[in-house]
Ligand binder design. Structure first.
Ligand SMILES: *[C@@H]1O[C@H](CO)[C@@H](O)[C@H](O)[C@H]1NC(C)=O
Ligand SMILES: *[C@@H]1O[C@H](CO)[C@@H](O)[C@H](O)[C@H]1NC(C)=O
Length: 343
């Protein structure tokens, strides 16, 4: 795609954080599309000064955006028709307003949604709300964080791990598959041109469920125990085996859904976790919970639990750990009641 001024397609990042900034920058450096963002907490600074990405893989970049919006109503008022909306916000299935409600003002049948989020089950409410739109779903393999703003006042993010995306269409009922796939291929071409290590797949649900086996285990165990992974392994002789049993439940649910997940996935993921040096890994769920923020409990534990119950797969450990994380979330959502429980 060459695209002259005024004819470029438009991409919108919904959420400009550690992940959103990486893909906003990749798209901007591709030159293939105009890039706008809906930025909430950092709106004013990003609008005035743009943002910077300091990446081990991509180098240092400072970008001004083609549009910076406080919310999707403001984005809609700009009159821009978005071809791709990349959601790099936290996946909170039970939040109000829902993601679908928030996206509604900027959706058309020509708009594809791209989920750069953790978890499973994220696509379902979007298909229900936007049956004529293509929903693209990705597993993101990278790490990063916001760094404190320096004297220049530029909102800055660090990306400190390798970067890769496994990405595919979550095909919609009643839409033409070749047309949907072409929308994916176009985006893949842009991202690849700017150096993203991107792997398209025809079975994105398999990849998302493999990632959620990892997250359901390590995110939730670090959250409820409040220790990093190696400290968890050291804490009792059965700890690693318990983690494996938890992962086995998620594997059983995914296989009952018809996904081709190898039975030795938990052993592979356990080995990958155990080679991490030092105290081991923290997790985004642990950090969210300790900072008083809501966790991604529903897409990481809730969907696997409900699917297990629906399909008649025993999921006692998932049920236990989901219930505990929900209580921790409740405490953060009700700080006053939790601090003063009464008589
Ligand atoms: C892309 O952004 C530039 C300004 O950054 C603007 O002049 C141009 O009209 C935009 N193109 C589209 C199609 O929105
Ligand atoms: C989807 O497209 C069909 C056919 O063009 C149309 O009848 C229907 O109203 C559209 N649905 C929505 C929710 O936009």
């Amino acid at each position: 795609m060459t695209g002259t001024l005024g004819t470029k397609p438009n991409a919108l990042l919904f959420g400009l954080g550690a992940i959103g900034s990486v893909y906003a920058s990749v798209l901007q450096r591709s030159g293939a599309c105009n890039v706008s963002v809906v930025a909430r907490s950092n709106y004013a600074a990003v609008k005035e000064k743009g943002y910077a990405l300091d990446s081990q893989k991509f180098g240092k970049h400072h970008h001004m955006l083609d549009g910076v919006f406080r919310d999707t109503k403001e984005a809609a008022a700009s009159g821009i028709k978005f071809d791709y909306i990349l959601c790099a916000n936290k996946a909170l299935l039970t939040a109000v307003p829902t993601l679908a409600d928030q996206l509604a003002p900027i959706m058309s049948d020509q708009t594809s949604i791209v989920l750069l989020q953790n978890g499973v089950g994220n696509e379902d409410p979007l298909h229900a709300a936007f049956p004529n739109s293509t929903i693209i779903s990705a597993v993101v393999w990278t790490g990063g964080k916001a760094v404190p703003t320096g004297e220049d006042g530029v909102t800055t993010f660090q990306q400190f791990a390798a970067e890769g995306l496994t990405i595919g269409v979550d095909y919609a009922e009643g839409l033409d598959r070749a047309t949907e796939r072409a929308k994916l291929d176009r985006l893949v071409e842009w991202l690849r041109a700017a150096g993203s290590d991107i792997t398209p797949t025809e079975d994105i649900q398999k990849e998302r469920w493999i990632k959620v086996i990892w997250n359901a285990c390590w995110n939730s165990l670090t959250t409820v125990t409040r220790v990093r992974t190696n400290h968890f392994f050291a804490s009792s002789p059965g700890a690693a085996e318990f983690a494996t049993k938890l992962m086995d439940e998620v594997v059983a649910v995914a296989r009952a859904k018809g996904l081709d997940i190898p039975l030795d996935t938990p052993a592979t993921l356990l080995a990958r976790c155990q080679v991490v040096p030092g105290a081991g890994l923290p997790s985004s769920m642990m950090m969210d919970n300790e900072a008083g923020r809501p966790t991604e409990v529903e897409v990481i534990l809730g969907t696997p639990l409900r699917e297990g119950q629906r399909l008649g797969v025993p999921v006692p450990i998932l049920e236990t750990i989901y219930t505990i994380v929900k209580a921790l979330d409740w405490k953060n959502a009700h700080p006053d009641e939790a601090a003063a429980p009464g008589p």
